[in-house]
Design a protein around this ligand. Sequence first.
Ligand SMILES: Cc1cc2nc3c(=O)[nH]c(=O)nc-3n(C[C@H](O)[C@H](O)[C@H](O)COP(=O)(O)OP(=O)(O)OC[C@H]3O[C@@H](n4cnc5c(N)ncnc54)[C@H](O)[C@@H]3O)c2cc1C
Ligand code: FES
Length: 1254
Amino acid sequence: MHGLAVTTVEGIGSTKTRLHATQERIAKAHGSQCGFCTPGMVMSMYTLLRNHPVPTMEQLDEYFTGNLCRCTGYRPILDGYRSFTSNGTGNTSEITTTTTTTTPTPDGEWWCKDGRHLHQNNDFIPYDPTTELIFPPELKVRSDLDSDYLVFQGHRVTYHRPTSFTNLMYLKHLYPEAKIIVGNTEVGIETKFKQCVYPVLINPTSVKEVTQITLNDTGIQVGAAVTLTTLQEQLILHTNSLPDYKTRVFSAILEMLKWFAGRQIRNTAALGGNIMTCSPISDLNPLLMAAGATLTLNSTEGGERTVPLDQHFFTAYRRNIVKPEEVLVSVYIPFTKQDEYIHGYKQSRRRDDDIAIVNGGCRVSFLPDTITVSKLTLAFGGMAPTTVMAINTCKELKGRAWDASLLEEGTSLLLQELPLSPSAPGGMVEYRRALTVSFFFKFYLTVRGHLSVSVPSLVPGLTPDEHRVTQTHTYEHTASAQLYEMVPADQPELDPIGRPKIHASALKQSTGEAVYVDDIPDFKDQLHAVFVLSTRPHALILDIDASEALEVEGVVDFVCHRDLTEEQNRYQVPLADEEVFASKEVKCVGHIIGLVCAKDRKTAQTAAKRVKITYQDLPAIITIQDAIREKSWWPPLTINKGDVNTQLHSSTHRLHGEFYMGGQEHFYMETNAHLAVPGREDGEMEVFSSTQNPTATQMQVAHTLGVCGNKVVCRLKRMGGGFGGKETRTISVCVPVCVAAKKLGVCVRVALDRDEDMVMTGGRHAFLSTWQVGFTDQGVLTAVDMDLYANAGYSVDLTMAVMERSMYSVDNGYNLGCVRVSGHACKTHLPSSTAFRGFGGPQGILIMEDIMSRVAAYLNVDPTVVRQRNLYQTGDLTHCNQLLENCTLRRCWREVMEQAHYSTRCQHVQQFNSTNRYRKRGLSVVPVKFGISFTAKFLNQSGALVHVYTDGSVLLSHGGTEMGQGLHTKMIQIASRVLRIAPEYIHIAETSTDKVPNTSPTAASASSDLNGMATLNACETIMTRLSPIMAANPKGTWKEWVKTAYMECISLSTTGFYRTPDLSYNMEKNEGRLFNYFSYGAAVTEVEIDCLTGDHTVVRTDIVMDVGESLNPAIDIGQIEGAFTQGQGLFTLEELVYSPQGVLITRGPGAYKIPGFQDIPREFNVSLLRGAPNPRAVFSSKAVGEPPLCLASSVFFAIKQAIASVRSDHNLPPVFRLDSPATAERIRMACQDFITAKIEPSPPGSFKPWSVRV
Ligand SMILES: Cc1cc2nc3c(=O)[nH]c(=O)nc-3n(C[C@H](O)[C@H](O)[C@H](O)COP(=O)(O)OP(=O)(O)OC[C@H]3O[C@@H](n4cnc5c(N)ncnc54)[C@H](O)[C@@H]3O)c2cc1C
Ligand code: FES
């Protein structure tokens, strides 16, 4: 930080002074839900504006590659910020609409057509760059700050910043083991996550020789400490001024840099760091190797030497030939020659900001005016412990003509030369092998394209199909439309119901003022807790020895089961089958054994690693298959409708199959954070907890501390996202902290690191299903017999309820005839799987949609036709025998088909597929029907508390928690309508168990319904009390009426209560009312896949969703877009990878990929169904949180359609299995072709896999 000024989100504006335009626009464009990512978004935009006051959309796309949001689905963020760009209207005050409606949409005065109305661009503060903060003058004039030799001596580490080459060399001579750091993006990971300690660090960024870039006649010399952004900028400059052929190598590097990490990393990471890290998946090394780069090394002892970056440079995993005392000074990259071509390739799980699965650099030179190869260089990453060159392949192909036989032979040679052990670290063995050949094939075609221009007489031009293969991916800007019903013209201005009000906390979130649990200031004598976790999946604990940990300075105590009685140690949310601290047996990797409390987090972390646990390993069950083999499950559940066996046997057609769907990590942006504040009297405890379930937290804390519930208060203002992950599992993290606080008598806090959170808390259940269905020639289903298996982890948690909901959801939108569905909750040695948005619904729905796709393929009918023939309508009975009233499913289906121009686009897709072999498109429509209410009947209740103060202000409390979904905003809107006062009068301070007791978790999409009704009830009570006063003074004001009521001793405080009526389902008899009502919707999605790499792009999505009469269309559309994006991650991108020993490998954002800005549909249109009031919820609204997530399965099935097209080209069977998620690997390997045909997978059981499908 020396000599630097740091500007934070708090420094650029605030709600108390003046908002910065970046803060205001994201908030008003509804781009902030939970708000946890919002400061990061604001600062990325701020940085962009400081560098480019009127940026382009391309720059906007690029600056946000390193930012993630789990709530919004990105569209509103882009819409708000597009207003700054030259493609929008830049910084003028005349800002017009920023979203585009590219499709004709249902019109009319009751409809609002685009983002212009969800937010008013003309309301935005004009952005004036001249008013920006200036760089502190005192720093500006102090040039010594940048040029001084610096030494910082710390407790464990000494940091040097030399300013001359001689000094740099001398330091490396003195400290050969010293780390040279520039961006610290690699070393930082090693020290933080791998516990590496480097006593001497040398920062060379003030040394000219390693930071300069020079150009000569033959190439470019780049200092090793040049950052990737600087390299990018310089290469662009030179590419624009030098002859094209010379800079082909620059273009290849620039293309690779586009997909190298995110902008933030590229701004700081250096070229030398990438080479010297020696990562086998470094993005630049294969390309630099192919380019024939050379490296200049220097040391005091040996002087300067130049070495080629070739097959001899990397000697082993993360090793190279550079001597410890040597420094990498510069990298020389030669220009490409006239007859030379070079290209780089990279395939990762997510296109943006992700490390490669496989990458490659390919260069070929030809004898002048021929197609004869004079030199070929192929280098690959991700195929061995180091970047490798395919030396033999290149040697064999030298002198050959660049034609089909070279391709054929090259393919075989490459597969021979780059084998992978079936147990290779990283897994995906066949896919990685296929990728090397796919890259080579792409290179072959690209070069053929070049040759067809340079020697047209020898090489014909590429067909359009081939040309498409050679195109690189470009950022495409998004377009969108949002349609919703406007409020009636005669609705009072004051009444906010139905209006797109912004999230009540959005401005505080965008300025960094919003308080999350870990923002609560430190308390006196407060301690930090770090967990000691099991490293074994299943073992007896023979001994726990914390003595070494307790010796660490600053450590206060170690807390474990010994601090509790057996009864207190019983964790009973929801059933008593777990312990707070494992006492005798650990049941998963990540099982909580104890807690180290220390004066700071770092000390606690160091000490936690010193707690020694002695285990005796026991056999472990990790996968669903293991559990089926061992019959390890809780008692199965069954729903039966009709005589399935008879119906199956009499069906015209029968089909059976199996389908697997992986789990999902919640990846709420705010990890588990809890603060326990012990009271001074009567065993009281105040808990600030990031939880969706304050009451269960309160009651478990009370049980564990051995006090009554009335001594414990659980409070929170908001969460940075929850998605179900904070319904129960968060309590298991919170309670041990309270135990420590009670034992030590001081406040104890915890805020988990991302990797800790991912390891300790389970996510969405992975499901396996086996099924048999009967159907007619028309594809109408007559019988379904299905078994579901869920990987529940080591405890039951909410699994039975999740399983029930999957069973209730397997019909999705279809009338299935006779149904038998059985659910098996499998007990394994993994962290306990838990609630996750949709709560089992997405699994049940995806399984049925997969059946639909296979039935259609079997009958050779468009899946859309089969789906449509089976759709429910009003009057039908579900498989749980619930009568469908006001069923709007067919309306949603019809309207979305119209909105999306399904028929026309279907023809376009067919046309596209008939003329393209290597890229395919798919178009899919799926419906959703989602039952609303908790399936545990007692949870369908809620409470509210309303205080009206004598100044007319209202303090509203209700039982729900705010996690970004806009619940508080909607509750304020409801209170505002009933009390007939402006929302500004109403405040929600927090959710707290001492305000509203015995609350249900905020879950099941039901919180607006439940708490909305309770709020309505309380507010109506207040209005009933005020009505005589109002009648007596009809011209009075709210404040006057309140004052009068007070003077007349009328209570201005009341509670409200609601319970959902008529729920009465009995699974055994399969009768009674299961749900309060159903939410409906439908989506059409088009995708394009790259059959050679498995990459895909969502071209367009249209959604029509029935949310009744929306309480707040901006919030509801935000929920739809956000849920859809989360579902897209679930069905296509997010893959939890476990080792065979049950260790989660994908922990943290580096390995686990949620959708980013570039993954959302390039065109995304969302309509709220009009004229569909719901008589069974507050103000005719409907729940919205979960149902739209299931619509993202349209992406999955569009992908499956696209794969079906390529398979049909190769005459492969039309009915095929594609499991979820449809990752790049699964897509590529399902597109069987001449490449995959050459790759023989190793038979299962013949090797030890690197990872297992749990
Ligand atoms: C979020 C994230 C995303 C990433 N994405 C990618 C990606 O997409 N593709 C990719 O390839 N990599 C990626 N990386 C890895 C990393 O960012 C790059 O390797 C980067 O180029 C390292 O540069 P640095 O300056 O930060 O290295 P540092 O961490 O500063 O140093 C890395 C290593 O190089 C050594 N070193 C540095 N300079 C010299 C020198 N002059 N002489 C001798 N040794 C030297 C250091 O001692 C150290 O061992 C990512 C990292 C992160 C954290
Ligand atoms: S608003 Fe972006 S993570 Fe919640």
